[in-house]
Design a protein around this ligand. Structure first.
Ligand SMILES: Nc1ncnc2c1ncn2[C@@H]1O[C@H](COP(=O)(O)OP(=O)(O)OP(=O)(O)O)[C@@H](O)[C@H]1O
Ligand SMILES: [Mg+2]
Length: 346
């Protein structure tokens, strides 16, 4: 991998289960500026497949997207889906980088659910522990073959990978405008729901639930005996609410939605109950699913925590000609924007 600090131009790439998103930014004052943006839908199930053909197909989609969006660099920062990574905050002694490397590798076995020799492991320094005696480190691991799949795709697309990140770090860059606030980011994706608890810009808990909007659509199709396209259409257009049709949709998706709510609630309670932790004060929703009418209100009503829709563009300036596209796609771009911000903010 190239040294990220020596590179001037690069773009952020989010290979999501339903669409691939890219964002290129450049330094600017007072805010980084948008250079270009683009997205491409991916055929159903393609991203989940692991065959050589599927990798080539994804690479082709990326090449076309990069070209159509007129990206000016082939340097990329990409993200791994939450569902394949395990992320843990671990304590380590205060050591120099190289010694810390060794110490973390030695400890990693305790924390990651796969054998060390079959895992791609990375870590990021988060800061000192509250008592100042040790440091906190974000330890991230992914099964080697799954991580390699993304490396292969990017190589097939002719891109130079600068860094492979996890979505929550990208989200925090977009949403961390309130210092010291404790909040929970909920990413309502198509195939998974990401849950991240953040304290003072640091991810304190990272989880992912294997239920996404796609599963709500399947349940709706099954319960109301609808073709998938129509179920899709009903969910995005009508959503959940008071009308007779909306109540039927609600009954079909309530069980899955409640499972997600329970997981968010469990994560927040787990965090709040830790020694020294102050309670989570806010929920920030992002991801395509926030466009389903009534869904976020149902979640926030059940969790009884003040809620905001995340705006990934709050720290970025862009020309008025981009406004319409950006406004329309706000829910889905947080990961790509945050990846693109990596070298442009402190
Ligand atoms: N109003 C809408 N009508 C129809 N579909 C929509 C609407 N808003 C969002 N979507 C769908 O949501 C998807 C985007 O959601 P998002 O980008 O969060 O998913 P993803 O990142 O691809 O999935 P995951 O995070 O699970 O990998 C779009 O690709 C589109 O299919
Ligand atoms: Mg996503």
């Amino acid at each position: 991998m190239k040294n990220i600090d020596s590179v001037k131009e690069y773009f952020g790439l989010d290979i999501g289960n339903s669409s691939i998103k890219l964002v290129q930014l450049k330094a600017g004052h007072p805010k980084p500026e948008l250079v270009t943006i683009g997205s491409a839908q991916t055929p159903d199930g393609l991203i989940g497949r692991d065959t050589p053909e599927s990798k080539r197909e994804v690479a082709k989609l990326i090449v076309k997207l990069v070209k159509d969006s007129q990206v000016t660099s082939n340097n990329v920062i990409a993200s791994l889906p939450n569902s394949i990574v395990s992320a843990n905050i671990v304590r380590a002694p205060k050591l120099k980088k190289q010694e810390l490397d060794q110490s973390i590798k030695f400890q990693a076995e305790k924390y990651i659910p796969i054998p060390i020799d079959q895992a791609k492991i990375d870590w990021a320094h988060l800061g000192e522990t509250p008592d100042g005696k040790e440091v906190e480190v974000l330890l991230v691991a992914a099964p080697l073959e799954k991580a390699n799949k993304y490396l292969d795709i990017l190589q097939l697309a002719g891109l130079e990978l600068l860094a492979l990140e996890i979505n929550p770090l990208a989200h925090i860059r977009c949403f961390s405008s309130v210092k010291n606030s404790r909040y929970c980011i909920v990413d309502l994706g198509m195939s998974e729901t990401g849950i991240t608890i953040v304290d003072n810009h640091i991810p304190k808990l990272i989880r992912s639930v294997n239920i996404g909007i796609r599963n709500l659509i399947s349940n709706l199709a099954e319960n109301l005996n609808l073709p998938p396209d129509q179920a899709n259409n009903y969910l995005w257009r009508l959503g959940i609410g008071q009308s007779q049709m909306q109540s039927q949709i609600f009954s079909s998706v309530q069980q899955l939605s409640d499972t997600i709510i329970q997981e968010i609630s469990r994560s927040i309670n787990f965090y709040n109950n830790q020694v020294g932790a102050e309670a989570v004060k806010k929920l920030i929703f992002t991801g395509g699913g926030i466009s389903v009418p009534g869904l976020v209100s149902y979640y926030s009503g059940s969790l009884k925590i003040p809620t905001e829709y995340g705006n990934p563009w709050q720290h970025i300036s862009y020309s008025p000609s981009r406004k319409q596209y950006i406004d329309k796609t706000i829910p889905t771009f947080a990961t790509a924007v945050g990846l693109a911000m990596r070298n442009l903010i402190e």
